[in-house]
Design a protein around this ligand. Sequence first.
Ligand SMILES: NC(=O)C1=CN([C@@H]2O[C@H](COP(=O)(O)OP(=O)(O)OC[C@H]3O[C@@H](n4cnc5c(N)ncnc54)[C@H](OP(=O)(O)O)[C@@H]3O)[C@@H](O)[C@H]2O)[C@@H](O)CC1
Ligand SMILES: Nc1ncnc2c1ncn2[C@@H]1O[C@H](COP(=O)(O)OP(=O)(O)O)[C@@H](O)[C@H]1O
Ligand SMILES: [K+]
Length: 461
Amino acid sequence: MQKIFDEVNSLDKRCYEEFFLNEDILMEHAASSICSYIEDIFEENKSVLIVCGSGNNGADGLALARLLYKKFDVSLYLASAPKSPMAKLQYKRVKTLNIKEVDEPFEADILVDCLFGTGLNKPLDEKYLTLIDTLNSYNSFNIACDIPSGINHFGQISSSTFEADVTITMGALKTSLFSDFSKDYVGEIIVSNLGVQREIYETQTNKFLLDESDMKLPFRNKKNSHKGSYGHLNVVAGCKKGAGIIAAKAAFGFGAGLVSVVCHENLDLPYHIMQTHFISENCTAIAIGMGLGKYETDEIRKILNKKVAKIVDADLFYDDLICEVLDQEIVLTPHPKEFVSLLKLCEIADISVQELQNNRFLYVEKFCKKYPNVVLLLKGANVIIAQNEKIYVNSFGSAVLSKGGSGDVLSGLIGSLLAQGYKPLEAAISASLAHAMGARNYKKNNYSLIPSDLVEEIRKL
Ligand SMILES: NC(=O)C1=CN([C@@H]2O[C@H](COP(=O)(O)OP(=O)(O)OC[C@H]3O[C@@H](n4cnc5c(N)ncnc54)[C@H](OP(=O)(O)O)[C@@H]3O)[C@@H](O)[C@H]2O)[C@@H](O)CC1
Ligand SMILES: Nc1ncnc2c1ncn2[C@@H]1O[C@H](COP(=O)(O)OP(=O)(O)O)[C@@H](O)[C@H]1O
Ligand SMILES: [K+]
C-alpha cells in the first residue's frame, strides 16, 4: 500500500529544513518528472502546450517549458502573470530562451495543466471556468501537474475541472485525489520524487492507498482439511430474498466451507447452499441486512448479539438497533445514503448525501473516532475502509459495479472471509479488492455485468 497525505506543505518544509534542499531544487525535480514522462511516451517535436497560472503550479510549468524546449515544439500560455517569487524566477529563466508564448490556448498534441495546484484557495471565476472548458474540449493528451485544476484541498470539484489522462503529483499522494468526485478527472496517478526518494520525503500518515498486492485471497495451505476447516457463513435473508441468495453464492465461491441462508420461508437455492430457519450451531460468521425489509426486531437483536464475526449491510442502517452493537468489532458496509442515516442514528451528524460526498474522509474519521472497534467500509467510486485511526482507500472499482446486487456480492465476500477466520479489517480489505478486481476482469463491456458474472470473475482471481 502507498501513503496518502492530507497536505504536503509540511513535507516540503521538512525537505528544506532537514535535507537542506530548497524550493528551486524541489521544483526542478517536479518539472523534470513531467519532462521525463513526456520524453518516454511521445516522439520528439510533438507540440506541447503548457498552461500556467500565477503561483508555483504555474512555476512548475515554466520550468517544464525550459526542459522540453528544442526537443519538443513547446508553447506557453500564461493565463495570469507570474506572481509567486518562484514563478517570477522561472519566467526570468524562460525569457532567456526563445520559447513561444501564445495569446490564446490551442489544441496541441500534449496539454499540460499548470494553472492551479495545492494553492487553489477560492472558487474559480468565469475566466478560468471558460479556459478549463476550452482546454477540455481539445483532443490533446492531458497531463495535470500535481492536481487537475479545479479540484480543491477537500477533493471537491469546480463546475469546470481539468480532465487529465494522467496526473503527475509532486512528492506524495494527496487525499484530494481520492474523493469520489476526483475519480473522473485525475486519470492515472503518478508520484514524482522531489529530490529525495519518496520513502524519505514521506512521514507518518493515517491514510493508505491499497495496491493489488494487499489482496490476500483465501488460498488453502493445509492438506489435511475438511469443509469445517473453512467456516460456516450464515446469510440472513429477508423480504428481498435475492439479496441474501446473491451474497450466499458469492460467499461459497470465495472459499467458505459451508454457506447457509437463514430464512423462515422455503427458498429455491442452488444445491450446494443450505437453508436453515435459525442461526446454525456451528456458524462462524453472519452476514445480515441485505434485502432484510420488515423484520422482527427481537430476533434480529438476538442475531446481532451472537458472539461470532458479522458483516452488517443495507436496511439495518435505518434502524437504531444498529447503535446497540457498535462496540463490537463488526464490519459495516453502508453506501453514502445509508451512512448518512447511520451518522444521524449515532448522533454524529445530520447531513445530506451531498455534504457527505463533499467530505467523505472527514465523516469516516468522525465515525471511527466514536466507534473505534467497528470496521467501516463506505461504498463509492473510491471505497474507504477504516478502523480506529487507520483509513484505506480502494480505488480499483469502476462504474461496471454501479448495479443493484453489487453490494450484496461484496457482503457475501466479506462474510466468507470472516467465516474463514480473517480479522474483520483484513476481510473488508481483501474482499473489497477482490470485488473490484473481479469487475476489472469482466471484459465484455462496462454496462452488462450481472452479479453472477461478478461472482464468476472473482472465482477466477
Ligand atoms: N512548495 C514547493 O516547494 C513546491 C511546490 N510545487 C508546486 O507548487 C504548487 C503550489 O503552489 P502555490 O502554493 O503557489 O499554489 P498554486 O497552486 O500555484 O496556486 C496559487 C496561485 O493561484 C492563485 N489562485 C488560487 N486560487 C485561485 C482562483 N480560484 N482563481 C484565481 N487565482 C487563484 C493564487 O492567487 P492569490 O490567492 O495569491 O491571489 C496564487 O497566485 C503545487 O501544487 C506544486 O505544483 C512543486 O513544484 C514542488 C515544490
Ligand atoms: N462507479 C463505481 N466505481 C467503483 N465502485 C462502484 C461504483 N459504483 C458502484 N460501486 C460499488 O458497487 C457496490 C454497490 O453497492 P450497493 O449500492 O450497496 O448495491 P446493492 O445494495 O444494490 O447490492 C459498492 O461496493 C460500490 O462501491
Ligand atoms: K494543475
